[in-house]
Ligand binder design. Sequence first.
Ligand code: SF4
Length: 326
Amino acid sequence: MSNKKLSKSKVSSKIKTVYSDDIDQLWIEHENIRNQFNDLYEGLAHKNLENPDYTFLDLKIEIAEKIIENCHLCERRCNINRYLSKGECGVKESRIASQLIHTGEERVLVPSHTIFFSGCNFQCVFCQNFDISQNPLTGVQTSPENLAEIIDKNRKHGSRNVNFVGGDPTPNLPFILKTMNLVNENIPVVWNSNFYMSLETMKLLDGFVDLYLTDFKYGNDKCAKRLSKINNYWEVAKRNHKMAEKNGDLIIRHLVLPGHLECCTKPLLEWISQNLKKDTVINIMGQYRPIYLAENYEELGRYVYLAEISEAVKYAKSLGLKNVIH
Ligand code: SF4
């Protein structure tokens, strides 16, 4: 953020690779480089690097564009051709609902140039951004060139990072990769997501994302299915958090839902304490509002009690988690 070393996307745009039109070959090449990326990154992040013809970032774009021919960017795995139709997220072309310099994110991240994409692969009945997430046709279409110019301009004005969110950024991965390939400035990428990315997407994000800002919602599959219409949440969220910790910086957010301390908050905090580093930053959020369809679900039709937030924070600390913010 302070420009002392290159961002991961910038280093990926300087690593030479070879082109192939065969997807299996592209993945082999991608995984070869990915397996050495952490070592390469430390060696290259302080250097003034040349611009090769075809790069690791170009390779990521090529693969992402092939993935949406039978879309499996997220674990819904709709397997439809997104060039022709829409999947569960409703996203065909990327649309931007708004973009702004956010000063309300975690202190370490602000001012954060935050870009909100329309549409989402989740259908949370309490979505705090439902006007954007459940309306993939809202907002405007723009080109990667135009967005890259805006990102450059904001960086020059002092943004500390570019923060891709929604809805969810996942359905927009090819557009985001193409945009960052055109950005001239050196700026860290924040991936601000519900964390339901497919394994393939997680691999593409490795070597691209500097900081994962996760929205860890539920501690079991039943609540995820009932409230977000999502299958197999718990396994996917756990896998992706483990990968994120290994591949970048990590801040976990957890929005405390009314009446969900025992089924969601406590189990996910326990899992974090047993499987991730004890100094992982965890933001326990208390700003839940009973909006959108929340009133149709008995326990969600009220604000969260202060006592519930305090209990969540106390429980996290009792598990030995050292960086709990709220
Ligand atoms: S991003 Fe996910 S929900 Fe959207 S079409 Fe692809 S697999 Fe389906």
